[in-house]
Design a protein around this ligand. Structure first.
Ligand code: GLC
Length: 598
């Protein structure tokens, strides 16, 4: 009874103080992070020594997350702590990790101070279950890492598993959904006795801490953690290190006072431009902790595209390495980091301090766009994943004319010729790409930039694909279906209605209009496509099936029909509409209208 009252008092005070202290200067505080864009995650702990294998058996989960081995493979505490003996302390040198991060062009390091296994990797006074004591070395890897970060000008953050703790008798693991072992009161003992004191150690003994990165990916209301407990954490951090950032996986949305940035799901890249600060934590293979059985590594291009794609949507990328229990960074990780670092040392101006343009996120089939203000100019960086064979890069969506266009090459910047017409910029390219991973073309503009986010973007080689993704007037009348592996993305048109696109015609002349569709009804469906006062009509027949693989895999056939030819009297913007007269229960599945003058 006494205990309960004390607990409620404690919680009550913490709510009051957090609310009183809502931090208003968050955007200033988080600026270094939104400028940095690229950081290193390090998963390193007792689990690293298991290497994803326990007594000859692989990890009992297809996601390969080797840092989960104690829980997944039901390992006892006594046996698990024996892993400390496998560490090769003569070889372990955290400065190597810092040098590797620098070489990779990363601006911060985030290390797993305590993962879900509950074993601190520093010399914690709060619990003897820590790597320094278990290994008998008394070495404090975090002290060494903090010193190396300071020496090399690298920001340092700590991952701290607050919700899950498999070592503490009152901590939480998923299985308690079945066993219900720990009560709220016991859990609070863990919170007050381990979480808060350990965070205090981390925020007191290691100099400036750039961020504490928490890891609860479910809504706190669905599990044992209480809002008041999370508020206590925010309060403690603000008290000890007001500049320290806190990620949303603490258990609150990004908008909650005290949360500095949103962390997406593991390896979940951005899909839309988002105003508030955010990042994705990503792996090079699948596991975070070292896993000897990994063999599916992402390519350097893929990783660079993850970084670039996020930056183009105002986000960042925290890329993980899982060093071994001798400190070594696996070769596959190292080579990718080195390649990314080489790319960034050449093309870094298109990443650091950059964000994205407010255009449709992936409207160009050649790559992505990043941007920043620089010396009174607006820089726009075209991130070219695929070097066009016809040597023309087609950019849509910027109405301003660039002052100059330059390709970044190993030998420096090379000026490129370009033409501007309406929302189209056509850049003449040399034969050789600027880079073997991603080539960057830097466009310089006077400010402010005039954008056109409505007009349909040109495809590589020219031509316009009018789809459910680039309508100029949004419609909720028709359901959108994404590409499902065999059927293309499409709009299901199941009632009468009008779809509208805005296009730009660069020169007067004849342009064909083709329609790619599946007609899911028994009878033909009449359609009308208009451009200004010109009308084209067609009757679209039922389409049936197509064989995907013999002998039993069929799917819905999409066909491509010429509807007719428009004669545009002059260059300029035009509105194109599609009107379908769908009968009751009839469905026309629209993949695209293709407008082309070839
Ligand atoms: C998770 C996992 C974990 C990993 C982390 C990184 O949610 O539980 O093992 O540390 O995400 O994003």
């Amino acid at each position: 009874m006494m205990k309960r009252t004390l607990l409620s008092l404690l919680l009550f005070f913490s709510i009051c103080t957090v609310n009183a202290q809502q931090v208003s200067n968050d955007s200033e505080k988080v600026k270094w992070f939104t400028d940095a864009r690229f950081g290193m995650f390090i998963h390193w702990g007792l689990y690293s020594a298991a290497e994803g294998i326990w007594k000859g058996e692989r990890l009992r989960n297809g996601n390969n997350y080797a840092e989960w081995i104690r829980y997944r493979n039901r390992i006892s505490e006594e046996e698990y702590v024996q892993l400390a003996k496998r560490f090769d302390w003569d070889k372990i040198n955290p400065e190597q990790w810092v040098l590797q991060a620098k070489k990779a062009g990363m601006k911060y390091i985030l290390i797993t101070a305590k993962h879900h296994d509950g074993i601190a990797i520093w010399n914690s006074k709060v619990s003897d279950n820590n790597l320094s004591k278990l290994s008998g070395t008394n070495r404090d890897v975090l002290k060494e890492l903090a010193a190396a970060c300071k020496k090399h000008g690298m920001k340092l953050g700590f991952y701290y598993s607050h919700w899950l703790d498999w070592e503490h008798p009152d901590g939480w693991d998923h299985n308690q959904e079945i066993t219900g072992r720990v009560t709220d009161e016991q859990y609070n003992k863990y919170w007050q006795g381990k979480v808060l004191p350990q965070l205090r150690e981390l925020l007191t003994n290691y100099g400036d801490i750039a961020m504490i990165w928490f890891d609860m990916w479910v809504d706190y209301k669905t599990t044992i953690v209480k809002k008041e407990q999370l508020d206590q954490v925010i309060k403690l951090i603000h008290e000890l290190q007001p500049a320290c950032l806190i990620n949303s996986r603490l258990g609150f949305p990004a908008s909650y006072p005290g949360i500095s940035f949103e962390t997406m799901g593991d390896n979940q890249l951005g899909a839309a431009y988002t105003d508030h600060p955010w990042e994705t934590s990503g792996t090079i293979a699948n596991s975070w902790g070292y896993n000897a059985l990994e063999n599916e590594y992402k390519s350097t291009s893929q990783l660079l595209q993850s970084l670039i794609g996020n930056v183009s949507l105002n986000g960042g990328f925290t890329l993980n390495i899982g060093p071994r229990a001798n400190g070594d960074v696996p070769y596959e990780d190292k080579t990718r980091l080195d390649d990314m670092g080489a790319w960034l040392s050449k093309n870094g101006e298109s990443i650091y301090g950059c964000t994205g343009l407010q255009l449709r996120p992936d409207q160009h089939d050649w790559g992505r766009i990043t941007t920043k203000k620089l010396d009174g100019k607006q820089m726009v960086y075209l991130q070219v994943y695929n070097w066009p064979l016809d040597k023309v890069l087609r950019l849509t969506g910027i109405l301003s004319k660039p002052e100059k266009a330059e390709l970044i090459t190993d030998a420096g910047k090379v000026a490129l010729n370009f033409t501007q017409s309406g929302p189209y910029t056509h850049i003449q390219l040399p034969d050789a790409a600027g880079d073997h991973f991603v080539s960057v073309i830097a466009l310089q503009y006077a400010q402010p930039l005039a954008l056109d986010e409505k007009t349909v973007a040109e495809s590589t080689f020219g031509g316009l694909a009018l789809t459910g993704d680039n309508l100029s007037e949004k419609t909720s009348a028709y359901k959108k279906k994404a590409f499902d592996g065999v059927r293309p993305s499409h709009l299901i048109i199941n009632n009468d209605g009008l779809l509208t696109w805005q296009v730009y015609v660069p020169a007067a002349g004849a342009y064909n209009a083709d329609i790619s569709y599946h007609n899911n009804s028994k009878t033909a469906t009449p359609v009308k496509i208009t451009a200004g006062d010109q009308n084209l009509s067609a009757s679209l027949k039922p389409t049936g099936k197509v064989v995907v693989e013999p002998h039993d895999s069929y799917t819905d056939e999409f066909v491509n029909d010429r509807v007719g030819t428009f004669n545009f009297p002059k260059e300029g913007f035009y509105k194109i509409t599609l009107k379908a007269d769908s009968k009751e229960q009839a469905e026309l599945w629209l993949n695209r209208i293709w407008i082309n003058n070839k």
